[in-house]
Design a protein around this ligand. Structure first.
Ligand code: SF4
Length: 372
């Protein structure tokens, strides 16, 4: 439980933690269910408004707890309706969160770390460096804050899907990410179905196994290359978890007989990973992995030397995969006029990672998580 001198942030708690808190306070565990519902289903940010809780307990909660989500530092709306928030954290650093409205759904893309230490060479976030993991309150707080803002009576825009594809490698923050995922799935909170919540990883195999055991959500893998030689360069963690091992972990991710598939994200970089021979190699790599491939047109950002594949090359690459019997889609670019498109999120924070020690840090961070 929380340090008694600091108020418990109720947003830091999934249902089990809230129940345990109320039991510790001499209350019935169902009080935790009520608070969870007030917070996440009704978007309540004031314990004194939680009307089915006794006045005396509300007063105690007001004295000993807080409801503290990241604050909006800045918000931009793209011409296509995509919203991007810059959320300020208590430490002064800022993270980015994006809402992408579509005809039949609204997808919220949230961050799991302040920055990212993985240094995937095509990614703007990776270029900014790493500061720290987000807490549960900071992860679910992005959902809490965005849902409250999107609920305007004139033009309500529901969040139907959540993807952990913003800043950071979610599986390097596994404990907090799993608690936040439980809140997203909980019927007393956001009640999203397991297919509508997606964790995107570069492929940390031990953490993928833990995720599969602890919470049932969809998996996306940032693949971006059809062979180890190229993936070692584009996604450096590949040196620790090469493709053969990663493909086996993907085959194992869903239970036998499941109809779910792993989504493989593949950013299209001109003359780097977009040739037809690479498409054929990709088809061979994925031929016995239940999968779909999401081809992502590269979104340039200042300072990058990569360019996006041409439209023709994108279409040929997709056709080649489909001819091999794979499902391949081309992601529609959204929010690029406000730098909210995939791979463009940078936030605003102090990098704590000296660039020259980055590679060593990546390997030791992974080892720490494995040892925990
Ligand atoms: S692609 Fe993901 S893991 Fe790689 S640097 Fe960017 S945020 Fe980090």
């Amino acid at each position: 439980m929380a340090d008694k001198s600091t108020p418990l942030n109720l947003l830091d708690c999934d249902k089990e933690k809230l129940r345990a808190y109320f039991v510790e306070q001499g209350e019935k565990p169902f009080r935790g269910d009520q608070v969870l519902q007030w917070l996440h289903q009704y978007g309540c940010n004031d314990v004194m408004s939680m009307s089915n809780i006794s006045q005396s307990l509300r007063s105690r909660l007001a004295d000993t707890t807080t409801i503290h989500a990241p604050e909006t530092a800045f918000k931009q709306v793209s011409k296509d309706g995509t919203c991007k928030w810059l959320f300020r954290l208590d430490c002064g650093n800022c993270i980015e969160t994006v809402f992408i409205p579509e005809e039949n759904r609204g997808t919220l893309c949230i961050s799991s770390q302040v920055g990212c230490g993985f240094n995937c060479t095509f990614c703007a976030t990776g270029k900014q460096g790493f500061n720290r993991n987000l807490t549960v309150a900071e992860i679910i707080g992005q959902v809490f804050a965005a849902v409250r803002e999107l609920k305007s009576p004139e033009n309500p825009r529901p969040v139907t899907n959540i993807v952990l594809m913003g800043m950071g490698e979610p599986l390097l923050n596994t404990d907090n990410v799993i608690s936040a995922l439980r809140i997203m799935l909980d019927d007393l909170a956001y009640g999203l179905s397991k297919r509508r919540v997606t964790v995107s990883t570069t492929g940390l195999i031990p953490q993928m196994r833990r995720l599969r055991q602890e919470v049932d959500v969809a998996l996306a893998v940032s693949l971006h290359a059809p062979n180890d030689a190229l993936r070692d360069v584009l996604v450096p963690i590949n040196r620790k978890y090469p493709l053969a091992e990663l493909m086996q972990a993907c085959r194992d991710f869903y239970p036998p007989g499941s109809r779910q598939v792993v989504t493989f994200e593949y950013v299209m970089l001109q003359d780097v990973n977009d040739s037809l021979s690479q498409a054929k190699q990709l088809a061979r790599l994925l031929r016995d992995v239940p999968s779909k491939i999401n081809l992502i047109p590269f979104n340039p950002y200042p300072g990058t030397t990569y360019q996006c594949s041409t439209r023709e090359r994108l279409a040929d690459f997709q056709q080649c995969l489909m001819a091999a019997g794979l499902v391949a889609t081309i992601r529609k670019t959204r929010g690029d006029d406000i730098a909210a498109a995939c791979g463009q999120l940078v936030g605003d924070f102090a990098d704590k990672t000296p660039r020259r020690r980055l590679a060593a840090r990546i390997v030791s961070a992974v080892s720490e998580v494995q040892a925990a």
